[in-house]
Ligand binder design. Structure first.
Ligand code: IMP
Ligand code: MG
Length: 177
């Protein structure tokens, strides 16, 4: 087998399943009495694996859309710049929106995306992230549904990449230097 550069498994496939089930149940409970269908928005590319699993654990009517914003380029350090590469097709005005992210690190990307989406006047906007690195936070982001807090390590797999690689790993691994 080629050297993957993964030094440790941080979240196993079984743990991922448990976490996603719990999050799906929390989201379902939260929106149980909402009149109109939920709008679930994934930030590409990182969130696509998690979102595919999550939506199947949310037992509510929903529509889905995706958005691409730039953040890191291909490195491991945040540039601090966020711009929309691909916008939503769906109008979120007056809708209940759940924004899905793979990981919140500095919070820089997310806080800017949240501000952009708030300007479109949704009825509500909630945040769901699979992983959270609280030690790295520099921007203010309130997370409503959080899979797991992790230490300040660079992780890959389950949608997360290093230079676009590793997204297909079925677990979360720590990428050594
Ligand atoms: P933030 O703006 O610093 O919160 O960065 C958010 C984005 O950076 C995430 O959506 C990921 O795409 C990427 N990112 C942050 N930490 C990691 C990591 O440990 N592995 C892979 N990507 C990461
Ligand atoms: Mg991302």
């Amino acid at each position: 087998m080629p050297d993957t550069g993964i030094t440790d498994i941080l979240v196993s496939e079984d743990q991922i399943k448990e976490i996603v089930k719990r999050l799906g149940a929390e989201v379902t409970e939260h929106y149980r009495n909402t009149e109109r269908e939920l709008v679930v928005i994934g930030l590409l590319r990182g969130s696509f694996v998690f979102m595919a699993d999550l939506v199947r654990e949310i037992k509510l009517p929903m529509v889905m859309d995706f958005m691409t914003v730039s953040s890191y380029g291909d490195g491991t350090v945040s540039s601090g710049d966020v711009k929309i590469i691909m916008d939503l097709d769906t109008s979120i005005e007056g809708r209940d929106v759940l924004l899905v992210e793979d990981i919140v690190d500095t919070g820089n990307t997310f806080s800017k995306v949240i501000r952009m989406l708030q300007n479109r006047n949704p009825n509500s906007l909630k945040i769901c992230t699979f992983l959270n690195k609280p030690e790295c936070r520099t921007a203010d982001v309130e997370i409503d549904f959080c899979g797991m807090d992790i230490p300040n390590e660079f992780v890959v797999g389950y949608g997360l990449d290093y230079a676009q690689l590793y997204r297909n790993l079925p677990y979360i691994g720590i990428k050594g230097q």
